[in-house]
Design a protein around this ligand. Structure first.
Ligand code: COA
Length: 329
């Protein structure tokens, strides 16, 4: 039995930067409101025709270059997304074709903002069991494809992006992924969802007229559950591994709202210097926030060999999770 470890990480965002000032021109909102309530300054929006699989493939290409391996070497591709290019085939199949990972199989996983953490935990088991040696785990979402441009409650909160990591078996003496907690509470489903287009309300003139193909959210309810849910999954994982928050080198939380991040960090008693925050630049990119957080931290040399890192997330479902790993690069 092996543990799984992260051996490469990369992300890709669309070129187009949309600032709060840009949004002031099209919505009844203000830079001041968005910044103080969410921490967001700007986000990236995909160009017309650019798809989730395009962003995912671009992040994957960067990752393969960084690791110095060919796409043919990848065994399996797991894509966490709630904005696939289409219902089927899966985004994983589209990415497989785009990057030329001819030997790989793959599938999509729907866990909303917790999707990447769910995918990472799932993929780690393929490595842990010895079934596969190189698993590409991608978090990618093109949120603008499901946002109502006229709804200030949601349109200002999200951005488009993809992030990827490669999982491989640990060597002797390495720890890699140590533990994870995955949870969901289906009773929270109504607070954050996209009601139209599925088998309950198949796409029709009626569903489009009622804006059912857009994200619907009760922000206040989600906020409350997010702080509580993330605080629980983080304290529980630390407790059961006999780890103090002060032992952590870095905390990478899902980026939904700076106030949620700060509240959870405060409950953990973490110094702000140990908390990754990039919501300012990218807003909430759903499944992509965690891989971007890891990739940026690696790029900026905030991660060192042997560092203990905690990931935490919360999202629609409600879903939540935490994952503890040791950085081995
Ligand atoms: N610009 C200006 N005003 C806005 C606005 C915007 N973009 N969006 C909402 N408002 C208004 C509301 O209409 C409300 O007005 P009202 O009091 O006249 O009804 C007012 O601002 C306050 O709304 P409220 O919901 O209390 O704000 P808030 O402090 O809770 O912040 C969110 C709203 C959405 C930023 C916050 O609730 C949040 O982040 N929730 C969690 C969302 C989340 O994490 N989602 C993803 C889960 S992974």
């Amino acid at each position: 039995m092996y543990n799984a470890k992260i051996t490469a990480t990369a992300y890709h965002v669309p070129e187009k930067v949309v600032t709060n000032q840009d949004l002031e021109k099209i919505l009844d909102t203000s830079d001041e409101w968005i910044r103080t309530r969410t921490g967001i300054r700007e986000r990236r929006f995909a160009a017309r025709g650019e798809t989730t699989s395009d962003l995912a493939a671009a992040a994957s290409q960067k990752l393969l270059e960084q690791r110095g391996i060919a796409a043919r070497d990848v065994d399996c591709i797991v894509v966490a997304t709630i904005t696939p290019d289409m219902f089927f085939p899966s985004t994983a199949c589209l990415v497989q074709e785009k990057i030329g990972a001819k030997r790989a199989w793959g599938f999509d996983l729907s866990g909303a903002c917790s999707g990447f953490l769910y995918a990472l935990a799932t993929a780690s088991q393929f490595v842990h069991s010895g079934a596969y040696r190189k698993v590409l785990v991608i978090g990618a979402d093109l949120m603008t494809s499901i946002l109502n441009p006229k709804d200030r409650n949601t349109y200002v909160l999200f951005g488009d992006a993809a992030g990827a990591i490669l999982l491989e078996p640990t060597r002797r003496g390495e720890q890699g992924i140590i533990d994870f907690i995955l949870r969901c509470d289906g009773s929270g489903g109504r607070f954050l969802c996209m009601p139209g287009g599925g088998s309950l309300h198949p796409a029709s003139h009626e569903t489009v007229r009622k804006n059912m193909h857009f994200v619907h959210q009760d922000g206040r309810a989600v906020f409350k559950y997010a702080v509580q849910g993330m605080a629980e999954v983080t304290t529980d994982i630390l407790k059961r591994n006999h780890i103090r928050a002060s032992d952590l080198a870095l905390f990478v939380p899902h980026q939904a709202n700076i106030r949620i991040i700060d509240a959870v960090a405060e409950r953990l008693g973490l110094h702000p210097s140990k908390v990754v925050r990039n919501i300012e630049d990218f807003a909430n990119t759903t499944a992509a926030t965690l891989p971007i957080g890891i990739a940026e931290s690696h790029e900026r040399r905030r991660l060192h060999k042997g560092d203990l890192v905690l990931l935490a997330t919360f999202g629609a479902g409600f879903t939540s999770g935490s994952l503890l790993f040791r950085w081995t690069l």
